[in-house]
Design a protein around this ligand. Structure first.
Ligand SMILES: Nc1ncnc2c1ncn2[C@@H]1O[C@H](COP(=O)(O)OP(=O)(O)OP(=O)(O)O)[C@@H](O)[C@H]1O
Ligand SMILES: [Mg+2]
Length: 699
C-alpha cells in the first residue's frame, strides 16, 4: 500500500504547472494509479493529480497515468507514443576515477603523493522514451560528471568504465555525439541576436537541404513548443545590456538543441539561478518534451515538492554513487521501509537528499552520515527496484531491434555553407554592437593621435631630428599596431570561442570554422581602421608626400595589425586564459620588434643566431619596407653646416638605408611578399591550433 506520507507529501500540493500536451500511458510494476488530470489549456497553467484505482490494471499492478480532459493525444500525433516503438537508454556500471595530487604544488611533500578518487561508482539506470528522469544530489555528488559520461563528453584526465546502451546497442565513442543533445549549465548565446535569429542560425547550421521556409517553420514550431513565440523578436541580452529573462534564455538553449529533433535530451541544472516559479515551469516543460516520445534526463537542485510527481524516475546521487533510482511512489515506499518516513508537510526531495548526503563539517558527522548513506545504498541495491532496473537493462540489450542511431537529425550542411552561416551570424551580432565597432575603428586612430601630438611636424633638418623622429614614427607604427589587433581579439573572441566549444561538441561545426568566420568578418574593420590611422598620422606629421608611398605605408601597417589579431587567435586556440594570451602576445611582439626591426641594434651587429631569428619576424620585413618607403631618395637639409660640419654627415635617406638595411630597395617586392605570407601562414596555424583545441577541451 502507498504510505500515507506520500499522499501528504506529494498529493497535498495542487500543481500549478503548464501542460499543453497529455502524456501516454506508462505501465509501472507496482503501486497504485495516479491520474494527472490536465485541467487547463496551454496558456493557463494548472494541473491537479488524483488517485484512483486502475480498473484495467491486472492484480497488484498499477499505472501512473496522465489523462487529458480534452483528449489532446488524439489531436497531436507528436504526443502519441504508440505511433513509434519506445526508445531506451541504459547506463550500466559507469565508473569514473581520476588520479589527483594530494596537496598543492607549494607543499612539495604532499604534492609528490597521488591518490585515486572515485567520482562515479558503478552507476546504472534505465530510462525509456516518454520519461523524464531527475537526478538529485548535493553539490559535488557527481551529477554533472554522470551527464558528461553519458554524453561521451567526459575529460580525458580520468578512467571511465561501464557501458551506455541506446536501444540495447552499446554506443561507440564516435556515436555519442549522434545520440544526445546536451544543454549545459551555462547559456552560451550571442547577446545581440534576437531569439528567432539565434534559433534560425542554429537551424541553418544543423539542417541541410531545408528551404528558408522549412527552416522558418521549424523554428516557429520549436519556439511555440517552448513558449518563446512572444519573445521571438527580443534580443538575448548580456551582462552589459538587458535582454530576455534568465528563464527564457534557458529555454532558448533548450530550443537550440530541440532543432535537431533529439530523442535523448540531457540537461545540467537547467533551473539553477532561476526563481522557483520559473524553475517549475522549466521542469514541467521538460516533462512535456519527454512525453512527446523523448528521453529527458535532468540534474536539479532543490526542486519544489509539486514536481515530485512530474518526474517519471528520480535518482539521488551521493559521493558518486546512485543511492536510489526509481519512480516517485517507489521512492517514498523505499525510504519508509528503510525507516525514514517523509514527515508531513515536508518536501520529499529535500528530506531524501539530506538523508543521503555526507556531512563533512566534522569527522564524527562524516562517519555517521557516510554510514547512513551506505546503508541506504545497500538497501537499494538489494531491493526489487534495483533488480527490476537491471532486468530492464538486460531485456533491452536482448531485444535490440528498435530504431538505431543516430538519435538526432544529422543531415547537416556542407562545410562552406556552415562557414557562410557562421560568418553571417558573427557579422549580424557585431553589427549591433556599437561599442565593439567603435572600439575596432577608433583604437588605431586614438593611438595615432598620441603619436601625432607627440611628434607634431616632422622636420627636414638633420639637426632637428629629421631622421630620429621618422624612425620613431616607423617604430611606433610597427610596434604598436599588433597590440590594437590583440586587444580586439582578446575582448571579442573568447565569447565566440565558448560558443564554438559547445556547438562543436553538439556536432554543428568544427571549432576552426568559427575561427575562420571570425577572421573573415574582422578583415573589413581592420582595413578601414588602419586606413583611418595611416591617413591621419601620415599626413599630419608630414611623412613623404608621395601618394604611392602613403599607400605602401598603409599596406605595410595593415599586416602587423592583422598579424596581432591572428596571433592572439592562434594562442586563444590552445591557451584558455585570455590574460595569459595577452602577456604572451606582448612578449612575442617585444621580442619580434627587438630582433627584427634593427632599431634597437643594427642587424649586422647582432649575434648570428639573432640574425637568423630575425628572418622569422614580420617586423624585419615591415620595418625594412617602411624605412625604404620613407627614406629612399629623400634629401635632408642641415642648418649646422657652417658651425658643426660633422653633424651634417647624413645628407640623404639613402645613407640611412645603406648603413642599416643594405640592399633593402632591391628587396622591396620580396619583402612585401614575405610580409604578406605571414597572413596565410597564421591562418593555417590558427586552423591547426583549433584542431588541437578539439583534443584539449573535452569537458
Ligand atoms: N577531472 C576531474 N578531476 C578531479 N576531480 C574532478 C574531476 N571531475 C570532477 N571532479 C570532482 O568530482 C566531484 C563531482 O563533480 P560534479 O561536477 O560532477 O558535481 P555536481 O554534482 O555536478 O556538483 P554541483 O551540483 O555543484 O554542480 C567534484 O568534487 C569535482 O571536484
Ligand atoms: Mg554540476
Amino acid at each position: 500500500m502507498m504510505p500515507a506520507s506520500l499522499v501528504q507529501c506529494a498529493l497535498k500540493h495542487q500543481t500549478d504547472t503548464k501542460v499543453n500536451c497529455p502524456g501516454r500511458l506508462t505501465e509501472r510494476p507496482c503501486g497504485i494509479t495516479f491520474t494527472a488530470v490536465n485541467e487547463l489549456t496551454a496558456d493557463s497553467m494548472s494541473r491537479s493529480y488524483s488517485m484512483k484505482p486502475d480498473k484495467q490494471g491486472s492484480g497488484s499492478c498499477e499505472s501512473f497515468r496522465f489523462l487529458s480532459m480534452k483528449g489532446m493525444a488524439a489531436e497531436n500525433p507528436a504526443c502519441s507514443a504508440q505511433s513509434q516503438p519506445p526508445c531506451s537508454l541504459s547506463v550500466s556500471g559507469v565508473s569514473y576515477t581520476v588520479s589527483d595530487r594530494i596537496g598543492p604544488w607549494w607543499d612539495l611533500k604532499s604534492y609528490r603523493k597521488k591518490w585515486t578518487r572515485q567520482i562515479l561508482n558503478e552507476v546504472s539506470f534505465h530510462v525509456e522514451s516518454g520519461q523524464i528522469m531527475g537526478i538529485l544530489g548535493n553539490s559535488g555528488s557527481g551529477k554533472t560528471t554522470l551527464l558528461d559520461a553519458i554524453a561521451g563528453r567526459i575529460g580525458n584526465t580520468g578512467t571511465l568504465t561501464g557501458e551506455v546502451y541506446v536501444n540495447g546497442t552499446k554506443l561507440k565513442q564516435e556515436q555519442f555525439q549522434d545520440c544526445f543533445s546536451y544543454v549545459l549549465q551555462s547559456d552560451n548565446l550571442l547577446s545581440y541576436l534576437t531569439v528567432e535569429e539565434t534559433l534560425t542560425f542554429t537551424a541553418q547550421l544543423a539542417l541541410r537541404q531545408r528551404s528558408a521556409m522549412a527552416i522558418r517553420k521549424k523554428v516557429a514550431a520549436v519556439m511555440a513548443e517552448l513558449s518563446l513565440s512572444h519573445v521571438a523578436c527580443s534580443v538575448i541580452g548580456g551582462r552589459i545590456f538587458p535582454g530576455i529573462s534568465g528563464g527564457e534564455r534557458r529555454r532558448v538553449s533548450i530550443a537550440s538543441q530541440l532543432l535537431q529533433d533529439p530523442k535523448v535530451l540531457l540537461l545540467d541544472e537547467p533551473t539553477t539561478g532561476l526563481d522557483s516559479m520559473t524553475a517549475n515551469q522549466i521542469v514541467v516543460l521538460l516533462a512535456e518534451l519527454a512525453r512527446r516520445d523523448r528521453i529527458v534526463i535532468v540534474t536539479i537542485h532543490q526542486p519544489r515538492s509539486e514536481l515530485f510527481r512530474i518526474f517519471s524516475t528520480i535518482a539521488i546521487m551521493s559521493r558518486g554513487e546512485l543511492v536510489f533510482c526509481g519512480q516517485p511512489e517507489e521512492m517514498v515506499d523505499f525510504f519508509s521501509r528503510c525507516g525514514y518516513e517523509c514527515p508531513e508537510y515536508c518536501n520529499p526531495f529535500d528530506i531524501y537528499v539530506d538523508l543521503t548526503s555526507v556531512d563533512t563539517r566534522c569527522s564524527e558527522r562524516e562517519a555517521a552520515t557516510y554510514r547512513r548513506m551506505h546503508e541506504i545504498t545497500s538497501a537499494y541495491q538489494s531491493s526489487d527496484i534495483y533488480q527490476n532496473m537491471t532486468w530492464k537493462i538486460q531485456e533491452s540489450c536482448r531485444h535490440s531491434n528498435k530504431p538505431m542511431i543516430p538519435f538526432k537529425n544529422k543531415e547537416s550542411p556542407n562545410c562552406l555553407s556552415k562557414l557562410g552561416v557562421l560568418l553571417r551570424r558573427t557579422v549580424r551580432n557585431l553589427s549591433r554592437d556599437r561599442m565593439g565597432i567603435l572600439m575596432r575603428l577608433s583604437q588605431n586612430l586614438i593611438f595615432g593621435l598620441f603619436v601625432a601630438f607627440f611628434v607634431m611636424k616632422l622636420d627636414n633638418d638633420i639637426t632637428k631630428g629629421a631622421v630620429q623622429d621618422r624612425i620613431g614614427v616607423i617604430y611606433q607604427s610597427m610596434g604598436a599596431s599588433p597590440y590594437t589587433g590583440m586587444l580586439n581579439a582578446v575582448a571579442l573572441f573568447p565569447a565566440l570561442r565558448a560558443i564554438a566549444d559547445q556547438e562543436s561538441k553538439d556536432g554543428l561545426y568544427q571549432k576552426w570554422q568559427m575561427f575562420l568566420a571570425y577572421i573573415i568578418h574582422i578583415l573589413p574593420f581592420s582595413i578601414i581602421s588602419v586606413f583611418i590611422f595611416s591617413s591621419f598620422l601620415y599626413w599630419t606629421v608630414g611623412m613623404n608626400p608621395d601618394p604611392w608611398r602613403f599607400l605602401c605605408f598603409t599596406a605595410v601597417i595593415m599586416v602587423p595589425h592583422i598579424v596581432g589579431e591572428l596571433l592572439t587567435l592562434v594562442l586563444l586556440g590552445v591557451v584558455q586564459d585570455p590574460n595569459m594570451v595577452n602577456s604572451g602576445m606582448a612578449l612575442l611582439n617585444i621580442a619580434g620588434i627587438m630582433v627584427g626591426s634593427g632599431f634597437l641594434r643594427g642587424t649586422q651587429q647582432m649575434p648570428v643566431v639573432f640574425q637568423w631569428l630575425s628572418y622569422l619576424t614580420f617586423q624585419k620585413y615591415g620595418c625594412e619596407l617602411l624605412i625604404v618607403t620613407e627614406f629612399y631618395g629623400k634629401n635632408f637639409t642641415c642648418s649646422a653646416a657652417a658651425s658643426n660640419p660633422a653633424a651634417c654627415f647624413i645628407k640623404n635617406g639613402d645613407t640611412i638605408i645603406d648603413q642599416g638595411y643594405p640592399g633593402a630597395p632591391s628587396r622591396y617586392t620580396l619583402d612585401f611578399l614575405l610580409l604578406y605570407t605571414f597572413l596565410p601562414l597564421l591562418v593555417l596555424l590558427g586552423v591547426i591550433s583549433f584542431k588541437i583545441r578539439d583534443h584539449l577541451v573535452r569537458r
